[in-house]
Design a protein around this ligand. Structure first.
Ligand code: UD1
Length: 414
């Protein structure tokens, strides 16, 4: 059990480099097995989810060594195509190994993935798309068994731009004969990062970052060097912490995002430089109405809990609509324990700004919800203790140290 001790009341200030992206590094780690290769990934964040991905690689027979934030992978010795349930359950991204194993071995046996409990998280779009590429998929006794006789390029229409399904299609399509056209693809920067990696590994991919992606062929390379992009959600989290507490921080590696647009509306000054950002927050914010989560380039669902934490004391009533995950307000009852005034009606949270929050004991419900509680606790009077089964460390690298660097009083007891 991780225990976060937070003492609120201090403004944040100073400068910090943003960690490497969790959601970019996980699919790239899976992509390292698409063909036999050695690869070096710079700026890989040290996270529990990355550890879980490396355990899967090692189980499959690959070498994976982390040195600082540099990850070396040798996928040449891969010898298995089966991932046991205990490794699958550690995180949602394990499902991306399905497309990668199918490309490399022609088969994959795995169980449904784990990850944050944000409501139903089906993988029907992944399975439908892989079937369209020619995979035979059977679901039996809680296991999914995929086998290809031959993967053939085709046109795939995604009815919703699922990030994970787009990634699985990119990976499996590398081994398909002929051209694959993906219509309705997710456009997240993490998809572009995966496509960059695959191009460096020999894939011919174009259109990533738009809703139509073409995958036309694959001439495998033996060695790939890649740098993991900065984590836009970790950057948003630190900006929201500054907004909640007041202060003035600089984030190296961060880019402007829709989260900052709303922080700006709430009264924060945002100064955007080349690969860096300064966020100056007045202490008392204004409420913001009409925040609504949507696929990229819309406002990211992953930043919803942390922006909510920033707005708890804003003057007036803020509204946030959650459109991606049905169960993504699990942090709300915990935030209320600090004194927050939040009503939920259907998909919308109504946040009436209060003058004060008071530290108390909380339970982290999931990764981003846990981060939201730490932010809210930093803006509360007195001390809070947040009990956490390890959710926050799944996605944030040394979050306590990062916040202490900025002047926050946060201590992690593991
Ligand atoms: C990824 C991110 C996660 C983020 C989410 C949405 C990673 C490791 N995780 O998750 O942090 O919150 O994108 O931006 O990159 N859906 C289906 N059927 C499917 C697949 C998805 O109905 O086959 C639904 C999901 O239940 C959910 C929505 O589509 O309601 C979004 O899911 P998706 O974009 O696939 O998210 P993930 O890839 O799981």
């Amino acid at each position: 059990m991780d225990i976060w001790h937070v003492r609120g009341g201090r403004k944040l200030s100073g400068s910090i480099r943003v960690q490497g992206s969790k959601n970019a590094s996980l699919p790239i780690i899976a992509a390292s097995i698409v063909s036999p290769m050695e690869c070096v990934l710079l700026n890989t964040p040290k996270l529990r989810d990355v550890d879980a991905a490396l355990k899967i690689l090692r189980h499959l027979g690959c070498k994976a060594e982390m040195s600082g934030n540099q990850l070396y992978i040798d996928s040449r010795p891969l010898s298995l195509s089966h991932i046991p349930p205990d490794l699958m359950e550690e995180m949602r991204s394990s499902v991306i190994f399905m497309g990668a194993l199918l490309a490399r071995c022609g088969e994959a046996r795995l169980s449904p993935p784990g990850g944050c409990q944000l409501g139903e998280r089906p993988i029907d779009l992944h399975l439908k798309s892989l079937r369209e590429l020619g995979a035979d998929i059977e679901e039996e006794g809680g296991e999914i068994y995929c086998k290809k006789s031959e993967l053939k390029g085709c046109t795939i229409n995604l009815p919703f731009p699922s990030v994970g399904a787009t990634e699985n299609i990119l990976l499996a399509a590398c081994a398909a004969k002929g051209k694959t056209k993906l219509i309705g693809a997710a456009r997240e920067p993490e998809i572009v990062a995966l496509a960059e990696f695959l191009r460096a590994a020999g894939a011919e991919i174009s259109g990533d970052g738009t809703e139509i992606i073409d995958i036309e062929g694959f001439k495998p390379k033996k060695y790939v060097l890649n740098r993991i992009i900065p984590d836009r959600i970790a950057a948003a989290t630190l900006c929201c912490a500054c907004a909640a507490c007041g202060g003035d921080i600089q984030l190296k590696g961060a880019e402007f995002s829709s989260v900052l647009y709303f922080l700006n509306q709430s009264g924060c000054d945002i100064i955007s430089g080349t690969h860096s950002l300064r966020v100056a927050c007045p202490g008392k914010l204004r409420a913001v109405k009409g925040i609504s989560t949507a696929p990229y380039p819309g406002f990211p669902t992953d930043a919803q809990p942390v922006l909510m934490a920033a707005l708890l004391k804003a003057a007036g009533e803020s509204t946030i609509e959650e459109n991606i995950f049905r169960n993504r307000f699990r942090h709300v009852p915990e935030l209320r324990r600090l004194g927050a005034d939040i009503d939920i009606e259907g998909k919308t949270a109504f946040i009436k700004g209060v003058n004060e929050l008071h530290g108390t004991a909380l339970n982290a419900t999931d990764l981003r919800g846990g981060a939201a509680m730490i932010i809210a606790a930093l803006s509360a009077e007195g001390e809070s203790v947040i009990m956490d089964e390890g959710h926050v460390r799944r996605g944030y690298e040394r979050f306590d140290e990062a916040l202490r660097t900025l002047g926050g009083e946060v201590y992690l007891e593991t």
